[in-house]
Design a protein around this ligand. Structure first.
Ligand SMILES: [Zn+2]
Length: 199
């Protein structure tokens, strides 16, 4: 008899998770002065701990991520460009989909679902320390969102300096900014300032 495979329980990632990852570089319209949240493996480890924790036993130690860091940034940029393309009604570049699919293929198998305390989780084979293993929740989130892109309003922030990507879920479908508390208010106060200057 073979030993049972080690498994872990992983909550289903939200569709927003992958966009949160893409937006860890922000104020992209201000290049080359964009703000980079992931400057080193340690930053990536912290982000994963806060947003996409996978209890691999290896994750969270930034040393494990050192070798994967550059590839993680390449993947993040591909994910950003894929959803930026969709938000602008363009087909994503084949090269970006290839980068994405190569990492997606490394994600651990989802072997089943489990109900605990009334909530369902994925039962997942222990992930490898590969790019796809470490970033599995982000990759599943992006795959879910991509395959539902026709039903989602994927938008680019109307603030040209920001260019963050988000899912428009408001009832009226008129949300234009990634985050009303920053970009929206900034745009409003700029309009107010421009008006008051004219008068
Ligand atoms: Zn914005």
């Amino acid at each position: 008899m073979t030993a049972p495979r080690a498994t872990i329980l992983v909550p289903a990632p939200s569709e927003e998770l992958c966009l949160g990852f893409a937006n860890t570089r922000y104020w992209r319209g201000s290049e080359p002065a964009a703000t980079e949240q992931l400057r080193a493996a340690k930053d990536l480890a912290d982000w994963l701990t806060a947003h996409a924790s996978m209890p691999t036993g290896r994750r969270g130690r930034s040393g494990d991520l050192d070798d994967l860091f550059d590839a993680a940034i390449v993947l993040r940029e591909a994910i950003y460009r894929i959803f930026l393309s969709i938000s602008e009604g363009r087909a994503p570049a084949t090269d970006d989909l290839d980068i994405f699919n190569r990492a997606l293929a490394q994600t651990p198998a989802r072997l089943g679902v489990s109900a605990r305390a009334g909530a369902y989780s994925w039962v997942v084979a222990s992930p490898s320390a590969s790019l796809g293993g470490v970033l599995a929740p982000v990759l599943w989130s992006a795959a879910d969102l991509l395959t539902h892109a026709g039903e989602r309003r994927i938008r680019r922030c109307a603030n040209d300096k920001c260019q963050g990507v988000f899912i428009e879920r408001s009832r009226g479908g008129t949300r234009r900014w990634c985050d009303m508390s920053s970009c929206g208010n900034r745009a409003k106060s700029h309009r107010h300032y421009a008006r008051s200057k004219k008068s």
